[in-house]
Design a protein around this ligand. Structure first.
Ligand code: FAD
Length: 560
C-alpha cells in the first residue's frame, strides 16, 4: 500500500529554481514538499569532485552568474559572493594566432590598442563600446521587470522608449541580431565575439528568422541591466546549497533520491523513494523539471522504470499537444579540465593569467561561427570547433585544496558551440564524446604554444583529469531534454499584447494548461539560466492566488 501525505505545495525537482520556490513558499508559511530524483539537490547548478581522489570542486555544468537578482539574494538571506572579472574576453586571431584581442575592463587604452593589433578599423573599439552602451539602455529598462508580473510587448517597448532605446529595441527585439552586428562592426573577429552571446546553447544563425538567437543574446546582456557574468565564490554549488539552506531553515521538506513518476490531475504526485511507491497530494504542484518532462509525467501512459534516462520519454505522448519550442535541442559540448598550470599561448604578448582571466574565445570569428553552423547542420562536428573557455580558479582559488593551489594547478571549463543534439544518439554517444573531446582539444591547441594534454593532472585512478559531457550525457545526468541548458527554447521576457492575463500564473509567466500546476524552473518564461527567477515567479503566483482567494472570501464575509 503506497504511503500518502498532504501538503500545500509539492515541487517536482530540486534544481536551484525549485529550491528558490521552496524557500519563498515555506517562508510564507506554506507546507512544502520538494522531491528530487538525484541523491543531492542543485540540478545543473552544482559543484563536484569530478576527478578521482583530486580535491578540486568544479562547477560541473553551469559556472558563471549574471541573472540572479540581488533582490532574491536579500529576500532569502543567501550568503553568496560573486566576484567581478577584470578581463572581459580574449580572442586569438585564428588567421594569425600569435596575436589576439584582449578586452580589459580596467584599461581602455590597452583595449583600443588591442583592437588595432588584430587589424580592426580605427573606429572599431569605439563602435564596440557604443554597441554595448546602446544595448544597456534596453537591458537597464527591462531588468527591473524580471521579478514582477510580465509586461506586455507594448509596455516593455514603452519602457525601452523611455530609456532612449527605441533603435536598439528594433535591433534586438524585432530584427535578426545579425543585422545590428554587421551594421555596427566591421571586423570579422569582433563581430564573432559579439555573436557568441547569441549562440550559447542555441543552435541558430545570426539571421535565423525565429529570433531564438536574439532572445539568447538579450538574456546574456540582461543580468543586473549590465550583462556582467560573475564568478560564484566557492563554485556554483554554493548558490544551490545556500538556496537549499534557506528552504530547509524556512521549514520546507526536501527529499532527495525521490523520483517523481506520475502527476495526476487534482494535484496527486506519485514518486519512488527508499524502494517504495509513494504519493503526495497538494493544492499546488510546481514543476522544476522541463515542460516536456512534465508533459510526460502527466501523460496517462505508464512511466519507464528506474534506470531510464531522466529525460526519457521527452517527446512521447503527452496530455496536450507539445509546444514545439519546448522540444528545441541543446547545442553544446561541455569539457572540464584540471591542469598542472596554465598553458603558454602562441600570442607571447599576453600572459595566460590575462587571457584566461575573462572569457577566452577560440575559433569564434563571425565566419567561423557561420561555417560551424553549416557543418553541424550537415551532420558533422565543426572543425575547428568554436569554444569558450573560462578559468574559475584564477578568480577564486578556494575551489582547490591548498596543496593544489600551492602547486599552481588551475581548472578550465570549455563550452563548445554548435554541437546540436541531433548529432548525438544513444548508439553513438560514446564515440561522439571521444570525438568531441578531441575536437575541443584540437581547437584549444590551435592557439597554444604547448599541447594541453601535457598539462593535465592525473586522478588517483591514473586517468587524466578531463571530463566531457555531450547533450545526451546532460539529459541523462540532470534531465534537461535533448541537453537543452534552458529546458527548451527561450521566450521573450514579456507577453504578447493579446495573451491572456487573467490569472496570477499567466501574469507571472509560469502557467500550464492545468491551473494547479505551475512551472517553476528554466522552462518558465524568464526562467532560463542560474537566476532563481523561475522559482521566485512561481512562488509569487501561488502567493498572489492565495491572497486573491482570501480577499474573495473576505469580501463575501466568509472569513472572521
Ligand atoms: C553545461 C551547462 C553550462 C551552463 N552554464 C551556465 C552558466 O554558466 N550560467 C548560467 O546562468 N546558466 C548556465 N547553464 C544553464 C543553467 O544551469 C540552467 O538554466 C539552470 O541550472 C536550470 O535550473 P533549474 O533549477 O530550472 O533546473 P535544473 O538545474 O535542470 O534542475 C532540475 C532538477 O529536476 C530533477 N529532476 C528531473 N526529473 C525528475 C523527476 N522525475 N523527479 C524528481 N526530480 C527530477 C533533476 O535531477 C534536477 O535536479 C548551463 C547549463 C549547462 C548544462
Amino acid at each position: 500500500m503506497a504511503e500518502n501525505s498532504n501538503h500545500d505545495v509539492v515541487i517536482i525537482g530540486g534544481g536551484h529554481n525549485g529550491l528558490a520556490a521552496a524557500a519563498y513558499l515555506a517562508k510564507a508559511g506554506q507546507d512544502v514538499l520538494l522531491l528530487e530524483k538525484l541523491d543531492h539537490a542543485g540540478g545543473a547548478a552544482v559543484s563536484a569532485r569530478a576527478f578521482d581522489g583530486v580535491d578540486a570542486r568544479l562547477s560541473r555544468y553551469s559556472y558563471l552568474v549574471s541573472l540572479l537578482p540581488q533582490e532574491i539574494i536579500d529576500d532569502l538571506g543567501l550568503r553568496i559572493r560573486l566576484a567581478r572579472r577584470r578581463y572581459s574576453s580574449y580572442t586569438p586571431d585564428p588567421g594569425s594566432p600569435g596575436r589576439g584581442l584582449l578586452i580589459d575592463n580596467g584599461d581602455a587604452a590597452a583595449t583600443a590598442a588591442s583592437f588595432a593589433s588584430v587589424g580592426a578599423p580605427a573606429a572599431e573599439a569605439a563602435a564596440f563600446d557604443r554597441f554595448y552602451a546602446e544595448c544597456r539602455k534596453l537591458t537597464g529598462a527591462l531588468w527591473p521587470t524580471m521579478t514582477s508580473p510580465l509586461p506586455t510587448r507594448s509596455e516593455a517597448r514603452q519602457l525601452a522608449e523611455a530609456a532612449g532605446a527605441d533603435d536598439v529595441w528594433e535591433s534586438v527585439i524585432e530584427r535578426p541580431i545579425g543585422d545590428a552586428i554587421t551594421r555596427g562592426l566591421q571586423s570579422d573577429l569582433v563581430r564573432g565575439v559579439v555573436l557568441t552571446d547569441a549562440l550559447i546553447g542555441t543552435f541558430a544563425r545570426a539571421d535565423s528568422p525565429d529570433l531564438q538567437q536574439n532572445i539568447c543574446f538579450l538574456y546574456h546582456l540582461l543580468g543586473g541591466g549590465t550583462g556582467d557574468w560573475d564568478v560564484p565564490i566557492g563554485g556554483m554549488g554554493t548558490v544551490s546549497s545556500e538556496l537549499e539552506r534557506a528552504a530547509r531553515e524556512a521549514g520546507a521538506t526536501i527529499l532527495t533520491a525521490a523520483e517523481v513518476t506520475r502527476v495526476r490531475p487534482g494535484g496527486t504526485v506519485h514518486y519512488r523513494h527508499d524502494g517504495q511507491e509513494r504519493s503526495a497530494t497538494a493544492d499546488w504542484v510546481l514543476s522544476n523539471v522541463a515542460p516536456v518532462v512534465l508533459d510526460r509525467l502527466r501523460s496517462p501512459e505508464p512511466m519507464p522504470g528506474p534506470g531510464a534516462g531522466a529525460g526519457a520519454g521527452a517527446g512521447a505522448a503527452a496530455v496536450a499537444p507539445v509546444n514545439p519550442n519546448h522540444l528545441r535541442e541543446g547545442s553544446q559540448v561541455k569539457v572540464n579540465l584540471l591542469l598542472k598550470r596554465l598553458p603558454q599561448l602562441l600570442d607571447r604578448s599576453i600572459g595566460p593569467e590575462a587571457a584566461f582571466g575573462g572569457t577566452f574565445h577560440i575559433n569564434e570569428t563571425w565566419t567561423q561561427l557561420d561555417d560551424a553552423y553549416r557543418a553541424a547542420e550537415q551532420g558533422t562536428i565543426p572543425d575547428p570547433l568554436p569554444c569558450e573557455i573560462y578559468c574559475h580558479s584564477l578568480t577564486d582559488p578556494s575551489i582547490l585544496s591548498t596543496e593544489l593551489q600551492a602547486s599552481g594547478a588551475h581548472t578550465l571549463t570549455v563550452f563548445g558551440l554548435h554541437v546540436p543534439d541531433r548529432l548525438v544518439t544513444a548508439e553513438n554517444n560514446e564515440a561522439m564524446r571521444t570525438a568531441l573531446q578531441a575536437a575541443v582539444v584540437n581547437s584549444l591547441n590551435s592557439v597554444l604554444a604547448e599541447p594541453i594534454e601535457d598539462l593535465l593532472l592525473t586522478g588517483a585512478d591514473g586517468t587524466p583529469c578531463i571530463e566531457t559531457r555531450t547533450t545526451l550525457d546532460i539529459q541523462r545526468a540532470v534531465g534537461m531534454p535533448r541537453g537543452n541548458i534552458f529546458h527548451g527554447g527561450l521566450d521573450w521576457p514579456f507577453m504578447e499584447d493579446d495573451a491572456p492575463r487573467d490569472t496570477p500564473a499567466r501574469r507571472w509567466g509560469v502557467s500550464t494548461d492545468d491551473p494547479r500546476i505551475l512551472l517553476c524552473g528554466s522552462g518558465a518564461r524568464r526562467g532560463g539560466a542560474v537566476s532563481a527567477i523561475g522559482g521566485h515567479n512561481a512562488a509569487m503566483a501561488v502567493l498572489e492566488s492565495l491572497a486573491l482567494a482570501s480577499e474573495g472570501l473576505a469580501s463575501e464575509g466568509l472569513t472572521s
